[in-house]
Ligand binder design. Structure first.
Ligand SMILES: [Zn+2]
Length: 264
């Protein structure tokens, strides 16, 4: 067994090896972050486009915004009603389209060439940037809102990405992050067989460990919310109050935190 790897959130050696999950071991740091050992981890998407039809069902354009994306933007609207919003790792753009429909000036940042080229063709009403990081064309301090829905768990250097996000936001700007919730009772029950322990998830957060990491960058926590599942079930809306009840009991598998960039 190799030595404990350093935590990507705080550089301290991990305190516990949680066992092998897929290609590498998961470790837990004293700061609460659970992470994949970067020395043995391999990105399963390094040589392919995530949205290649060989791996994903083809999308039908124009895209329809669903209750899942409207629910995401409702969290943004709790705090701000207008401005320039960038959806970091925004995929095919449904969340950005929901933001556009709500009156925001919406930008998708996405590294899938297929998602961005299809998006530019079919949805020119939103702006598209094909990149893993926010490019220099977006000036520092020029964004009012940045959202990351199921992105931070994929980033090998979350601290560096959050530092860039902090620079690009205006003072008081809003950051909304949604990730799988390592603190969920479902994760405790399922252990490393939990549905969100996946080869391409390199960071696992609880509300406490996410808040610790993001506040160290220069943000202040605004709100913590939980969702039972990744998506709102549009055809069985009656389930949603039941799912919210399960969240109150600690079975929320999805964690959504809102932060504000502290005024300089
Ligand atoms: Zn740590």
């Amino acid at each position: 067994m190799s030595a404990a790897p350093a935590c990507p959130a705080c550089d301290v050696a991990a305190e516990a090896n949680l066992g092998k999950a897929g290609v590498c071991h998961l470790w837990r740091c004293a700061c609460g972050l659970v992470f994949a050992d970067r020395a043995t981890w391999r990105d399963p998407y390094s040589d392919k486009d995530y949205y290649d039809p060989a791996h994903q069902p083809e999308e039908h354009y124009p895209l329809q915004v669903t209750a899942t994306e409207r629910d995401r933007i409702a969290t943004v609207q709790r705090f701000t009603q207008t401005g320039r919003l960038l959806d970091f790792g925004g995929g095919i753009g449904r969340t950005a389209l929901a933001a556009h429909a709500a009156g925001f000036s919406a930008i998708v940042l996405e590294d899938s060439h297929k998602a961005v080229s299809d998006g530019k063709t079919h949805h020119p009403e939103i702006a598209w940037l094909e990149s893993k990081a926010i490019p220099d064309s977006i000036a520092d301090g020029s964004l009012d809102v940045i959202t990351l829905f199921h992105v931070l768990e994929h980033l090998t250097d979350p601290r560096a990405s959050l530092a860039q996000i902090h620079r690009k936001l205006s003072p008081g700007g809003l950051l909304v992050i949604e990730v799988p919730n390592w603190g969920s009772h479902m994760r405790r029950l399922r252990g490393l067989h939990w549905q969100f322990v996946l080869d391409h998830h390199v960071n696992h957060f609880t509300a406490a460990s996410l808040t610790r990491l993001v506040e160290k960058i220069g943000f202040k926590l605004g709100a913590v919310e939980f969702r039972r599942t990744f998506a709102v079930n549009e055809t069985q809306g009656w389930k949603e109050p039941l799912k919210q009840l399960l969240c109150l009991l600690g079975f929320g598998d999805i964690l959504r935190c809102s932060f504000f960039k502290s005024a300089a």
